[in-house]
Design a protein around this ligand. Sequence first.
Ligand SMILES: *Cc1c(COP(=O)(O)O)cnc(C)c1O
Length: 425
Amino acid sequence: MKLESLALHHGYKPEQTTKAANTPIYQTSGFTIDDTQHGADLFDLKVEGNIYSRIGNPTNAVLEQRVAAMEGGIAGLSLASGMSAITYAVQCLAGPGDNIISTNQLYGGTYNCFTHSFPKQGIKVKMVDGADFQAIENAIDGNTKALYCESIGNPSGIIIDIKKFAEIADKHGIPLIVDNTVATPYLCRPIDLGASIVVHSLTKYIDGHGSTIGGIIVDSGKFDWTKDPKKFPMLNEPDPSYHGVIYTKEFKEAAFIACCRVVPLRETGACLSPHSAFLIMLGLESLGVRMERHCDNALALAKHLEKHDRVAWVNYAALPDDKYHETCKKITGGKASGIISFGIKGGMRAATKFIDALQMILRVLSMGDAKSLACHPASTLHRQLNSDQLALAGVSEDMIRISVGIEHIDDIIADVDQAIKASVT
Ligand SMILES: *Cc1c(COP(=O)(O)O)cnc(C)c1O
């Protein structure tokens, strides 16, 4: 099946007891065990089955299989948020004394996790310019366990040449982790371009209706963890926390995603509720049609802003003269999702006035909602950064970010125009 059809059907066949057409919400914490032998077999991984919803739930399993199929991976692990997906993916690869290499223009929450939380756990994150391939290679050392980037960066709109990143990661024997939240598998499939692991905030375009927080890790199954077993001890050495299992032996090419489930998820518990999984799947059904509309509306708004005499600059990679347009063509075929950033003349003051004057577009810090959302990153999402850090993160004081929704384009443009007018006075 093609991606649009996978989004509707993959991973669920009407179950035989009730023949429910929609994926049932298995709202249960525990699952019954037939007898003690069955229980022992479940724990020894000799038979497949459900035990407890922190570790796995059949509703969540449908979401996991569906997103994994859409990304071209072999398995997924749904989690309580995008941040838990990012955290668990890195924690299964790196420990104290290790490091990962990341691009420096990142989602604000990821930036904080990488600069504060991971270093406290002994995991260093070396940040480099995503366009400076030599700097990336120079940063890699014997303790580097992964290369990390966002396919389309939020909020700066930078676009990463994933193929090139995958080549570098491959050359140094490390996996490439790509946060594909902004692009979604509809626009870009990082695994096809060589990525080993994909992470998502399901909260954004995949849920698509601003109703649910969720995240997922997708494993390509293509990275050979056994090639340099000392580099990935978590996956290649007996795990005392799970009665000595060696993940690469027990789970073969699905070692990484199994480890994510039975180590960080089982032990620290950021599981997704089955009700949330159901809502996310409802949103996911229309991903393709929504993404088409998000892209069309965003391009129309970007073209309008580009011509506007009160607008100082516009970043949107689908514009032919955008700095990232060529890379955008390489990874998405030229579509750039729904996030536009721009500055209006008058700097910080004009930007805040613009935000305050919006009437239809909602002042919401999230993105990827069917509704148009606007924010001023420098005074909100990135408020804790100083001006040097802001510049490095690709955020300027006058930057306005609009997550362009699927309303009629005339209404979006009308609201933006009246707010620009109001920002002058
Ligand atoms: C929102 C977001 C996240 C974090 O996801 P949550 O679901 O809010 O935890 C991670 N990466 C990107 C690119 C995001 O936009």
